[in-house]
Ligand binder design. Structure first.
Ligand SMILES: C[S@@+](CC[C@H](N)C(=O)[O-])C[C@H]1O[C@@H](n2cnc3c(N)ncnc32)[C@H](O)[C@@H]1O
Length: 243
């Protein structure tokens, strides 16, 4: 394992920390549901799956679901939450994605949310994911645009609070333009991108989870009508690989 993957694993073995991550998980899940509405799949990969909440509802739409996460504790939650009747078509893999030897074109949908900031090489991640998606297949991927004004604001705010130095490792700063360029080179067409902001800066403690969800939806809308999209630093994309 490389240094960063050891630290990432340690960080996410503490699942309680992530589960307080709140309304963002709900927004992500609803975005995945909207992008996959009315579609069916042969094989779906949710990587990193975390608690599996993003892909569980796809079990009715796919013949096979693969859940991959480097954190054993996260994967245990994901596995426990699979209904008994759907277990036969689910595989759970506790490993570093970069170590997996997955045959090219294995999946017609890959969901990759919340990972780009945590890997050694975002470009290597994008190219590896691209290789395992079939021509015509879909990629739902999330990134916080490092060049967006809100990302600069967050870094400034966290810097002031001394929080950046307390992080166990440096989060990658991935620009939207970089991600889009690499995926374009890999033959992907951008179908959609839902944009919003993942935090309320210093005002987070003023609002309940429910309120933050409500305020976010009121300001940014949903995938069908993404209001004020240019204000949103966080992108959940839907790409399709050219056939
Ligand atoms: C921010 S969470 C996102 C989980 C889920 N996709 C979601 O949106 O709720 C990041 C997850 O990535 C996992 N992870 C980090 N590096 C990984 C790697 N190299 N291979 C597989 N999983 C990894 C962590 O264990 C953690 O569960």
């Amino acid at each position: 394992m490389t240094d960063k993957s050891i630290l990432v694993k340690e960080l996410f073995e503490n699942t309680a920390l992530y589960l307080t991550y709140d309304y963002n998980l709900r927004i992500r899940k609803e975005t995945v549901d909207a992008y996959t509405e009315g579609k069916t799949f042969d094989a779906v990969l949710d990587m990193p799956c975390g608690t599996g909440a993003m892909s569980r509802s796809l079990l009715d739409k796919t013949k096979k679901l693969s859940l991959v996460d480097i954190s054993a504790n996260m994967l245990a939650i994901a596995s426990e939450n699979i209904p008994e009747t759907q277990r036969y078509k689910t595989e759970c893999i506790n490993d570093d994605f970069f170590k997996l030897d997955i045959p090219p074109g294995s999946y017609d949908l890959v969901i990759c949310l919340g990972l780009l900031a945590h890997v050694n090489s975002p470009e290597q991640l994008l190219r590896k994911i691209s290789g395992i998606i079939k021509p015509g297949g879909m990629l739902i991927i999330q990134n916080t645009d490092a060049s967006h004004f809100y990302s600069h604001l967050i870094r400034f705010y966290l810097g002031l609070k001394g929080l950046i130095r307390k992080q166990p490792y440096k989060l990658n700063k991935v620009k939207a333009s970089f991600l889009e360029q690499v995926l374009h080179e890999e033959g992907f067409r951008r179908e959609a991108a839902y944009r919003y902001n993942q935090s309320f800066l210093g005002f987070s403690n003023l609002f309940s989870n429910e309120k933050k969800y409500e305020l976010t939806r009121r300001f940014f809308g949903d995938t069908r009508h993404n209001k004020h999209a240019s204000w949103g630093s966080d992108y959940t994309y839907c790409f399709v690989k050219r056939a």
